[in-house]
Design a binder for this molecule. Sequence first.
Ligand code: ZN
Ligand code: ZN
Length: 392
Amino acid sequence: MLKEFYADLHIHIGRTEKGRAVKITGSKNMTLKNILETATSRKGLDLVGIIDCHSPEVIEELEQLIGEGKAKELSKGGVRYDKTTLIPGAEIEIYDENCHGPIHILAYFPSIEKMRAFSMWMSTLQKNIHLSSQRIYCDGRTLQRKVYELGGLFIPAHVFTPFKSLYGKGVKKSLNEVFDANLIDAIELGLSSDTYMVERMSELAPYTFVTNSDAHSLGKLAREYQKIRLADASFEELKKALHQKDGRSIVTNYGLNPLLGKYHESVCADCGERITEEGHTRCPFCGKNHLIKGVSKRIAELSSAPLAEVERPPYIHQVPLDFIPGIGPKTISKLLDNFGTEMNILHEASINELAAVIPEKLANMIHLARTGKLGITVGGGGVYGKIDVDGT
Ligand SMILES: [Zn+2]
Ligand SMILES: [Zn+2]
């Protein structure tokens, strides 16, 4: 019997319990325990990928949770904590001689033992194994083979962001410049793109798309996520879904409207003006040459093929609860008291049930937000777009 599960597979750890920094820009309360607790009791996520589990202190903490009986390893892979399954992983930066810029990738493993083996291997190729998203001194294909050897999953991260991504600067035209196309399990879209924008990129046709939060703070968990059809929340089932085996698959991707992403449009890094016309190498407003190429422009450069005949799950442009104007912490906690988790608020509660708890106007706003119908102002150059209250 297959059921539906909610998954966010790209979550960072800010600090270990002992206070050691992992993701330096991550918030201090972003510890393993706090993430698991938030995912299970507040967000209602069934599956979380924590991609800083290569850090030796994090591995110790995981083992401690298991030792105390608060978590247990699953026979089909993953670690169960309360109602949520953790998939341990790592985010890694590749910048080998075939790359034109740094590329972030995500690797996930079925067990703590495999995670530790990977961490040990990586520690001989990195300067600091305790930190997140560190550069590894080997080439992309070597890394892929190691992940494959350990029974892991390999997913290029936020592939269109202008910095540190596969298509941002990493390759000129094709992932084959750096990676073995057969050893990629899925593609992570990232905050400034969606399924529809990339449908003319023929080399992506074989891959499943994932949409994740890349959360650096607890509130941002499930900023983007997906609904997946699985028999149970485990590593093996997730792997099947990414390869669309035995009826397992991603049912819906939920993400920000790409127009809200902070790199959607090209912007001048010096004066901040938006550059919408084609063909500029310098800013037409201030004359400097620090243009940050927007994701939409980069995708247009890479898209030549006619529409690929790929059936993809719908991508819902959903606005996160705390982005909605008028929905403050008080309203959210009232909603949580009544509906349990954010997933219940977004997916289970009817508009009437919402309106029984909060003012009707706000209930309507939530309904517009979860169906992708709130108006927005476009983002670019590192500034997020904004929700436009009466622009619906
Ligand atoms: Zn990254
Ligand atoms: Zn990340």
